[in-house]
Design a protein around this ligand. Structure first.
Ligand SMILES: Nc1nc2c(c(=O)[nH]1)N[C@H]1C(S)=C(S)[C@@H](COP(=O)(O)O)O[C@H]1N2
Ligand SMILES: [Mo]
Length: 456
């Protein structure tokens, strides 16, 4: 059976045959020209929105959790030098001592955070595209409940765009620790995630119903020629006057998937390493590599950090101090004469890139603590760089990080002295710490927690 349109063809006018039979004076009045919605894609509908939403429903909690972990890894509760986020006391309720085991944990959590954030961009954009008619729906507010729903949507859409934009800008531009990005991205994450939870609570039943309304497999077999709009429903997503499809749902989802795959290929390698590393065209600072044994990514070169030759030359001395008032000065030769240890550890930057495991050699931080009287149970340490004069800020490390036998003040890497760009004469390397904790061109170490508050 073929169903004939009852009121007219797709163009909305009366059918020709009928027009001839109806005498002119009985013809219905010409309808007033209506404002056509500019959103006429026949693909928009609750099913498509729910499919995209499901991907985000899996991805966004992973982003949130890995983000909170990254925040914890900075030891923000240890010293105001590490982090000045006001009011984090409340939002930082979950903070804990970031472990040093397994040594690759931060590389994985932050690699996932950054890579997933980039890869989800096409999904986020497609999801926004799929609901855009709702964002411009008129009248803007129909009731108090409706007003609240729209406000939550504002936080959801605004928060999402804000989090993705600040995150991506931060990985692509310079990371200034602990610049304004840090608290903003952190606050934004709570607002965004709160709005996501509210949205999920409101929309879950509709999403489940919509996902059940069509078979995903069937949709993947449907070409453009057989693509029809979803049935109109209360979701308000289905176009009232759908245009002809220019692409199938399969094609649209395929384009989103392909976009994500391409982004994965051009970013994933920066944290995963191996052959993918060379494909990581979007990796920040990708061009700055050392040579020889120091052949791995440089975050900031000695020149960029304004390290002067006299800061790191013959006259360089390491000052080791304790909160107990004791203090020792060591030349590089004296340091090199201390018990030397090795550790294979990666640098894993908050921007998502990792150097991969490098073989570091140097003096244990806990042996340096012993020099100023902390023999058993060394306390945390406050690390200052010769660069302190510039923009780089000192960092505080926890007692568990100082205690780990793999935490070194490194003098050498991969069998050679550190290169100037990787922190010669001496740099910190700590297992499982964010890259920024691995201070280069170290000038002073102060062991003992009380000091953090005085200086902060
Ligand atoms: N003094 C100083 N130390 C520093 C930095 C810096 O800018 N100045 N950058 C930090 C950051 S953000 C990272 S990721 C690592 C990078 O180390 P690399 O340049 O040897 O790869 O160094 C850390 N140590
Ligand atoms: Mo970094």
């Amino acid at each position: 059976m073929t169903s004939l349109p009852s009121g007219g063809g797709p163009s909305g006018g009366p059918r020709r045959g009928a027009a001839r039979l109806v005498p002119p004076r009985l013809r219905p009045p010409v309808p007033l020209p209506r404002v056509r919605s500019p959103f006429r894609s026949p693909l928009r509908g609750p099913w498509l929105t729910s499919v995209l939403g499901t991907v985000l429903l899996v991805g966004i909690p992973v982003l949130f959790v890995t983000g909170l972990l990254s925040y914890a890894a900075y030891n923000p509760d240890l010293s105001r030098i590490n982090d000045k986020t006001p009011g984090k006391g409340l939002l930082g309720f979950y903070l804990f001592s970031w472990p040093t085991h397994p040594y690759w944990l931060y590389r994985v959590t932050q690699g996932v955070h950054v890579t997933l954030g980039v890869v989800l961009v096409p999904v986020l954009l497609a999801k926004l595209w799929s609901v855009v008619p709702k964002l411009f729906a008129l009248p803007p507010v129909r009731s108090v409940g409706h007003a609240l729903e729209r406000l939550s949507l504002l936080l959801l859409v605004g928060g999402g765009i804000f989090e993705f934009a600040t995150g991506i800008l931060n990985t692509q531009l310079d990371y200034i620790f602990p610049g304004s990005f840090y608290p903003l991205h952190f606050y934004g994450a709570w607002v965004f995630f709160g709005a996501v939870l509210a949205h999920v609570a409101l929309k879950l039943p509709l999403a489940v119903r919509s996902l059940r309304s069509r078979s995903f497999r069937e949709e993947l077999r449907t070409p453009r020629s057989r693509t029809r709009p979803e049935p109109a429903d209360e979701s308000g997503l289905v176009a009232a006057e759908p245009a002809e499809p220019t692409v199938s749902r399969r094609g649209a989802l395929g384009m989103v998937g392909l976009g994500s795959l391409v982004l994965f290929v051009v970013t994933g390698g920066q944290s995963i390493g191996g052959p993918l590393r060379r494909a990581a065209l979007l990796a920040p600072h990708g061009g700055e590599q050392g040579t020889g044994p120091s052949d791995f990514q440089v975050n900031k070169t000695a020149a960029l950090a304004h390290i002067r030759p006299q800061d790191v030359g013959e006259d360089w001395r390491l000052t080791v101090r304790g909160s107990n008032g004791r203090s020792v000065q060591l030349s590089r030769t004296e340091l090199a004469a201390m018990a030397r240890h090795g550790a294979a550890l990666p640098i894993a930057c908050v921007e998502g890139w990792s150097s991969g495991d490098q073989h570091w050699e140097g003096v244990r931080l806990r042996d340096l603590a012993a020099l100023v009287g902390f023999h058993d149970d060394p306390p945390g340490v406050f690390v200052e760089s010769a660069q302190l004069a510039g923009s780089f800020r000192a960092v505080a490390l926890r007692a568990n990080q100082v205690r780990d036998p793999r935490s070194l003040l490194a003098l050498r890497v991969n069998g050679a002295d550190l290169s100037p760009d990787h922190g010669y004469p001496a740099r910190v390397i700590v297992p499982d710490a964010p890259g920024v904790m691995n201070t280069k061109w170290v000038r002073q170490l102060t062991f003992g927690a009380t000091y953090f508050e005085e200086r902060a």
